[in-house]
Design a protein around this ligand. Structure first.
Ligand SMILES: Nc1ncnc2c1ncn2[C@@H]1O[C@H](COP(=O)(O)OP(=O)(O)OP(=O)(O)O)[C@@H](O)[C@H]1O
Ligand SMILES: [Mg+2]
Length: 468
């Protein structure tokens, strides 16, 4: 059962019909293998897990050819000769591993390695008339062989699909599905917590859900299981493995960002002696962080929020410890995702709110979260024309209380000296009728706008942020 991939399935299906070479890239566990296997099942294709092709002979064995070969070039030639004649779909999962592995064999070894295999593959693809699906998790290797115009595989793919985690809505669908399979029941709050902690990554969702032992699951159970897996279980093993692949400089920078320092200057202060620009660039190429510019200064945030939490809770000499709850609020909570989305707004965006009112969101200069003597505000975002305050909610349809909270936020922000020109009530699952009716009676009605998941998605699309 595949959830939330209609668009990708359509694109891939069309590509296969045109015999295209299709690349699916994405971080661990987002569902690449699932898509490859889905199409191989449907079209009678040949699925190859390139992580298992450790020797040139292994590639031939897949085609039923038993031969003694140690020449990787010949094995690749032979393999493509046979698959091209079979005229069916070929799917090469983690194909960058094949490039790397074969790069260590004759005749590539010492003559360009990975890059030389990539050059050979380009020639083979140019001649091949069958549809081929490729996938990779190694975004850095992919960048090295195809990232720039001059690289061997730069123009070899007709279709390139970046696979993101599931949207929150579909995350909850997947959770419901697993609940009914496992005959357990999760409270609404527990489901939301899973969605936040996993960022919608299907393998993370499964990892948590398969470890739930109770029949009736509440937030507390989710937190317990998650913390345990982060400290010593599945997530710990996963992220420790990933950390081992990184350079010292990259690791240091990830620790610093995990503590909530996102601005270049803040990171620089705490990662002394590191060639920061270069390290940030490789982290971006690896797909681990993303950059956004706010008022001309670059900010850096984790792509994978679960990984961010793991780094945040690991001790690091010289950086303060933070608690599980703080780490969750900084990185994983729905509110933090919305703040991050607004950090990406670098041009004017025109939207219509839920009640049909026009709203222009101007480029954002600064985004913050206020917690202090006066209370708490989920988001304060400054623009050249004034300040946006928001109340952010992810649960069910927002009720009157949320409107009252928003009105309070406006007052607090003004006391803080902000010139509030827009007040957003952001509720993922929409609004109760009573709330929509009451906005009319509010003293702040001229500046209040109601934003639901569809509008968040419109904004996300406009700024190139992931589907929320
Ligand atoms: N769209 C989806 N709907 C439901 N389940 C999914 C979906 N995508 C992935 N899964 C499930 O999530 C798990 C991880 O998926 P998959 O192995 O396809 O990811 P991947 O990107 O290939 O991961 P890796 O980087 O580890 O190879 C699997 O158990 C799969 O069944
Ligand atoms: Mg996979």
């Amino acid at each position: 059962m595949i959830i939330d991939r209609e668009e990708e399935i359509k694109l891939i299906g069309e590509g296969i019909r045109r015999n295209a070479k299709i690349l699916i890239r994405g971080l661990r566990g987002v569902g690449k293998t699932t898509l490859l296997k889905y199409f191989c099942d449907r079209c009678g294709g040949l699925y190859i897990n390139c992580q298992r092709i450790l020797h040139p002979e292994h590639l031939l064995l897949i085609m039923g050819i038993r031969e003694i070969v140690s020449d990787a070039y010949q094995a690749l030639e032979r393999f493509f000769y046979v698959v091209n004649r079979q005229k069916k779909l070929l799917a090469m999962d983690e194909f960058t591993d094949l490039l790397r592995n074969f790069g260590t064999y004759k005749p590539y070894r010492g003559r360009g390695g990975t890059n030389a295999v990539a050059m050979h593959l380009r020639a083979l693809l140019e001649e091949s008339k069958i549809p081929i699906l490729f996938s990779t998790t190694s975004l850095k290797t992919l960048h090295d062989v195809a990232g720039e115009y001059s690289k061997p595989l730069a123009r070899s793919f007709d279709v390139i699909i970046t696979l993101y985690p599931l949207s929150f809505e579909n995350t909850i669908k997947l959770i419901d599905l697993i609940c009914s399979e496992r005959k357990i029941s999760c409270s609404e709050k527990a489901k939301i917590r899973i969605a936040e902690l996993t960022g919608g990554n299907p393998s993370y969702i499964k990892a948590i859900m398969l470890r739930l032992l109770e029949k009736n699951v509440d937030v507390r159970h989710i937190d317990e299981v998650f913390m345990r897996e982060l400290n010593e279980g599945y997530f710990n093993a996963l992220f420790e493995g990933l950390r081992r692949e990184l350079s010292i400089g990259e690791i240091i920078v990830l620790y610093v960002i995990s503590r909530g320092y996102t601005r270049f200057s803040e990171i620089e202060k705490r990662a002394r002696g590191v060639n920061l620009s270069q390290v940030l660039n490789t982290l971006i190429k690896r797909g681990l962080i993303r950059r956004t510019k706010l008022d001309k200064e670059a900010h850096y945030v984790f792509v994978d929020k679960t990984m961010a939490m793991w780094f945040a809770l690991e001790p690091y000499p010289g950086l303060e410890k933070i608690t599980y709850n703080t780490a969750r609020v900084i990185h994983a909570a729905f509110e933090s995702l919305v703040r991050e989305l607004f950090m990406h707004v670098n041009k004017s965006i025109e939207i219509k709110d839920v009640t049909g009112r026009n709203l222009t969101i101007l480029p954002i200069k600064k985004v913050y979260y206020y917690k202090g003597k006066l209370g708490e505000i989920d988001m304060i975002a400054r623009t050249d024309a004034g300040t946006i305050v928001a109340e952010i909610y992810f649960g069910e349809k927002a009720d009157l209380d949320k409107l009252k909270q928003l009105e309070k936020n406006i007052a607090i922000a003004e006391t803080l000296g902000e010139n509030v020109t827009v007040a957003l009530l952001i509720s993922y699952f929409g609004f109760k009728d009573e709330l929509i009716e009451s906005v009319e009676k509010s003293l702040a009605k001229d500046i209040i706008y109601l934003v639901d998941k569809n509008l968040l998605r419109t904004i996300a699309k406009a700024v190139g942020y992931r589907n929320i």
